[in-house]
Design a protein around this ligand. Structure first.
Ligand SMILES: Nc1ncnc2c1ncn2[C@@H]1O[C@H](COP(=O)(O)OP(=O)(O)OP(=O)(O)O)[C@@H](O)[C@H]1O
Ligand SMILES: [Mg+2]
Length: 365
């Protein structure tokens, strides 16, 4: 069991700051998802943890001991890549047992552990097959088995499911989760897919442009995004500027009541957000926290309808039931439940926000 500390980790390539001020404590046996868009520094972070790349500054500790002077092969951190690079001319069993063979372990012991690993990744009986005779998902599982067989202290997974189709990804996610829990191995799973991150991990760390933006349990990224950048990454583009006055936010679309226990602490000029799935449709706008809106687009998504509506010149995304038949041009009313209104830390109104001035009397209902 190993805990990991990243302390002020930074890596610079020429004038590119790939990773900066990265502080993180990962508990023994924890599964953390490191989430972020392409180029934000995820792989660079993993390469530093394995020892394939030296940090420009900062420290990496396993169980409190700095590992910076320990070479990769002795660090005990295994990296499984997106592209499963199996040895094509070897059998599955030879691929999985490769590290043990290099370490000079007896053949009978290798055979026993290879079989154990193949059972774990649900490939029992595949040992004699040639590696190139496998499907993509099976190859990925062999790569996982090959990484795990040396009983690493730390498992690092760099977008291991990116090449797989949607159904196989779901199956593999569950398999990885189950294996990780069974072995109790401290793990970091890198992905750019926020759904994958929240489904897999105990804790999510969101990185943008080399900087950690927010770290916490998966739900907090939906309920309590720190900034509009975090909210946007989690597919929310509903923002509105206003002025908080006690438990009311005065906005250009009217006064909105908020629930202080679920809205955040900030007062004065604020930017609020409501997730698309938390906003509702109403027949009329007489209820508190209802605002008139005009439908711009109705996109059928199978299990729900994504409505894009215009509210006083700004665009909002609303998730309606799959039977919603509102058409472009229709008038409707949007309900922003008071416990769904969350105040962001940002000072500046994001691009779709309306005027920052407190609402005037004529805007108020
Ligand atoms: N060896 C290198 N030399 C120069 N720049 C590099 C090097 N490796 C990474 N970078 C730069 O550092 C930044 C972070 O790269 P990194 O590979 O860590 O991103 P990533 O989050 O893994 O992206 P992706 O999701 O596309 O794999 C990028 O701007 C990249 O161009
Ligand atoms: Mg990468």
């Amino acid at each position: 069991m190993t805990n990991i500390s990243l302390d002020g980790l930074r890596r610079v390539f020429g004038s590119t700051v790939a990773v900066d001020s990265f502080n993180l404590e990962i508990a023994s046996g924890e599964m953390v998802a490191l989430l972020g868009p392409s180029g934000c520094g995820k792989t660079t972070t993993l390469r530093m943890i394995t020892g394939l790349l030296a940090p420009s500054s900062g420290d990496i500790r396993f169980d409190g001991q700095s590992v910076l002077s320990i070479p990769t092969e002795k660090r005990g951190a295994v990296l499984v890549f997106q592209k499963h690079l199996l040895f094509p001319t070897m059998t599955v069993a030879q691929n999985v047992g490769f590290a043990l063979k290099m370490a000079g372990i007896a053949k009978s012991e290798i055979d026993r552990r290879v079989n154990e690993m193949l059972e774990l990744v649900e490939l029992g009986g595949f040992g004699p097959r040639s590696a190139h005779e496998l499907s993509g998902g099976q190859q990925q599982r062999v790569a996982l088995a090959r990484g795990l067989i040396a009983r690493p202290k730390v498992l690092l997974l760099d977008e291991p499911l990116a090449n797989l189709d949607a159904n196989l990804r779901i199956t593999m996610r569950q398999l990885i989760r189950d294996i990780q829990a069974e072995l109790g191995i401290t793990s970091i799973f890198v992905t750019h897919d926020q759904e994958e991150a929240v489904m897999l991990a105990d804790r999510v760390v969101l990185m943008l442009d080399g900087i950690v933006q927010q770290s916490g349990e998966p739900k907090s990224f939906y309920d309590r995004p720190r900034t509009s950048a975090v909210a946007r990454f989690f597919r929310n583009a509903n923002f509105l500027a206003g002025h908080r006055d006690g438990n009311v936010i005065r906005t250009a679309i009217g006064d909105l009541e908020i629930d202080p226990s679920s809205s955040g602490d900030k007062s004065g000029p604020v930017v609020l957000t409501v997730r698309p799935e938390r906003a509702g449709l109403r027949e009329n706008s007489q209820e508190p926290n209802c605002v008139p809106a005009r439908v711009k687009t109705n996109i059928y998504m199978g299990t729900f309808v994504e409505l894009i509506v215009e509210i006083e010149g700004s665009e909002w995304h609303i998730q309606a039931g799959p039977g919603c038949e509102l058409k472009p041009g229709d008038s409707t009313s949007i309900h922003l439940p008071k416990d769904a209104i969350w105040i962001l830390e940002d000072d500046l109104p994001p691009s779709n926000a309306v005027d920052t001035e407190p609402a005037t009397a004529e805007h108020e209902r």
